[in-house]
Ligand binder design. Sequence first.
Ligand SMILES: Nc1ncnc2c1ncn2[C@@H]1O[C@H](COP(=O)(O)OP(=O)(O)OP(=O)(O)O)[C@@H](O)[C@H]1O
Length: 281
Amino acid sequence: MSSAVRVSGLAKRYGEVRAVDGIDLEIERGEVFALLGPNGAGKSTTVEILEGHRRRDAGRVEVLGHDPGRATRQWRARLGIVAQTTREAPELTVREMVRHFAGYYPRPRDPDEVIEAVGLTDKTRTRLAGLSGGQRRRVDVALGIVGDPELLFLDEPTTGFDPEARRAFWELIRGLAHDGTTIVLTTHYMEEAEVLADRVAVIAGGRILAVDTPRELGGRATEVAEVSWLEPAEGRRTLRAASPTQVVAELAERFGGEVPGLTVARPTLEDVYLRMIGETQ
Ligand SMILES: Nc1ncnc2c1ncn2[C@@H]1O[C@H](COP(=O)(O)OP(=O)(O)OP(=O)(O)O)[C@@H](O)[C@H]1O
């Protein structure tokens, strides 16, 4: 099967600012792909070009087999977009808004099922103006998926969510991915990328610094680990170890069982990400 997204040599300038400066990218169908990068890195510009909402200066772009620069209605109907929250139509109820959007698509999902999927069943008859910020964001997600898209763009989808709502949202996205929806996600939450993404791309200054699985980005999986434990009468000891399992086995033997306060840690996704970004500055 062809890729969902194929990009080569993509470039976009705003005056002197090179917002996107030669990006190559390939996203498989069914993949959850996260774009990570600091403010102003070029993520939104890239995504807007993929969505057909912004013109590019150079490069080849194919999204679901078509050039977004020549978007048709049929092609657009195959995409779902959850951009930043709009404050449109505050007088409509949740159900009215979702039904209204369903009408734009040739084969929409059932609006009430979508409302249930985003956890707003008890707010079905509430006007948008009466929702909290996190609830409004869930409506945005409902509008993005009601067309049953093949490819879903999520721009910082869980900003303003409480932890429970965020976890419920992750379940929802995992369900969509499981059913074959390709998902392109931008986020500033490393945990979100770690939980959801099959692969992440780190972008800074309009360029891609690395593309890998969250687990392996920047050599995370093989990097030296830190083994730490509580040594009686001494306090916490920490050892850097290329073979942490060996160190733990030796400790277990010496303590004759449970090692007090034992932790084994490798760099988090955030550690690796910050190091990559730091090296570009
Ligand atoms: N319409 C515009 N006109 C002029 N400059 C722009 C415009 N949109 C973006 N830029 C600039 O292009 C660069 C990339 O911006 P972009 O919005 O793509 O970054 P981003 O990675 O999405 O950032 P954030 O995480 O803050 O959303 C920035 O330097 C920004 O100031």
